[in-house]
Design a protein around this ligand. Structure first.
Ligand code: FES
Ligand SMILES: [Fe+2]
Length: 400
């Protein structure tokens, strides 16, 4: 017999599927149950965070050999390390002896070896086991005790990790996006700047949706962002389920003298481009740099939020006013997201229409719909329906 909890969870998934896969003209807010259902969360963890390219950290944030960034991705502890050979790898951050997480989460430096805090097994920064102390007469086969590595790929220095065993190249997912970014000099952004981490009491999708849409600027950020990047001057550029670009005009607050120094420059530089790469990256690209917020779920009710960026200035350049401004609008976003999260627990209220300015949310919903509810292509080839198009599958090398 199915319990009422099971029935609720089942209908949460059905509603989620219906809205996430709706066409643009029928776009609505996701059903609130999609933000509070445990089954929805588990499905997202499995089909998105453990199976998709997920932004983790930028190369520019790990400038020296030994620099690492460790994080838990859908329950999986990983460490992205720039090794002594200057190569960046994504390693499992769990000791092969008895499972202790090795490096502390966040940024750090591996001095010589990665040493487990429990019994001091030591690994090289490429994951090889170097030594296990006091083995007695037990022979530990080092090759059998390496740290597994995960797929990692870079786009303009942004590093994406994929925990699945056979991912499609990241470039395929991002195909076409660079065509729109020609005015901006991404390769010149060689310096990572200060990273701040926060924990929000909100479902990760709320934080992502909030980071993507500019509809709320005039209300939530009246004194902050709205004064520089007004809601009414924001527009959709291009996008689909895999990535979306929106843009907006930045009000020019520089002095006459500054303008004179700067001379002629393309009009594009007065605009920002907001780059959304679901599930975890939303960045604002300007002439001077790319700053982002990274969103990762901790569980269905809590999110890990990290803001950071890269630019052509060295990290020393830190402007107090800019910092206060960023902190102010982040606090505004945190407040509103946590407030909305409470609303998601209503079982009687329903979500409504999305307005034209929220078109980017439709792209995000379609990303979710495609990952959560559509069988992927390789499954399709194994399915009876496929026979109609390609005949009987006689190939013995299945899954290739
Ligand atoms: S658990 Fe790591 S050395 Fe024992
Ligand atoms: Fe905001």
């Amino acid at each position: 017999m199915t319990s009422s909890y099971d029935r609720q969870e089942q209908s949460a998934l059905q509603d989620y599927q219906r809205i996430a896969m709706a066409p643009l003209e029928e776009a609505e807010s996701l059903p609130f149950s999609a933000y509070r259902s445990q089954s929805a969360y588990e499905l997202e963890a499995e089909t998105v965070f453990r199976n998709e390219w997920v932004f983790v950290v930028a190369e520019q944030e790990l400038p020296n050999c030994g620099d690492y960034f460790a994080i838990t991705l859908a329950g999986e502890p990983i460490a992205v390390i720039r090794g002594q050979d200057n190569e960046i790898r994504a390693l499992s951050n769990v000791c092969r002896h008895r499972g202790t997480p090795l490096l502390d989460e966040g940024f750090g430096k591996v001095e010589k070896h990665i040493v487990c805090p429990y019994h001091a097994w030591a690994y090289k920064d490429n994951g090889e086991l170097k030594a296990a102390p006091l083995p007695g007469d037990i022979n530990i086969d080092k090759d059998q005790h390496c740290l597994p590595t995960f797929f990692i790929e870079s786009w303009h220095g942004l590093l994406f990790v994929n925990l699945s065993s056979n991912p499609e190249p990241l470039a395929k997912r991002l195909a076409g996006i660079d065509d729109y970014l020609g005015y901006f000099n991404l390769p010149s952004f060689e310096n990572g700047f200060k990273s701040t981490t926060e924990y929000w009491n909100a479902n990760w999708k709320l934080a992502m949706e909030n980071a993507m849409e500019s509809y709320h600027l005039f209300k939530v950020h009246k004194q902050t962002l709205e004064t520089v990047t007004p809601t009414k001057q924001a527009y959709y550029i291009a996008g689909h389920s895999e990535w979306t670009l929106t843009g907006g005009k930045m009000l020019d607050t520089s002095s006459k003298l500054m303008k004179w120094f700067r001379g002629d420059y393309p009009e594009a530089y007065d605009h920002y481009v907001l780059i959304s790469l679901p599930p975890s990256f939303v960045g604002i690209l300007t002439y001077e740099g790319l700053s982002w917020i990274q969103v990762l779920p901790i569980d269905k009710d809590h999110s890990y939020i990290r803001s950071a960026g890269i630019s052509s200035y060295s990290g020393k350049h830190e402007n107090k006013t800019e910092q206060a401004f960023t902190e102010a609008f982040f606090a505004e976003d945190k407040d509103i997201c946590e407030r909305v999260h409470k609303g998601m627990y209503s079982t009687l209220a329903k979500g409504g229409k999305l307005v034209s300015m929220e078109r980017i949310l439709v792209d995000f919903h379609q990303f979710l719909g495609s990952r959560l509810f559509e069988s992927n292509v390789s499954d399709f080839f194994q399915s009876p329906e496929a026979e109609r198009f390609i005949g009987k599958n006689t190939d013995s090398s299945e899954g290739e």
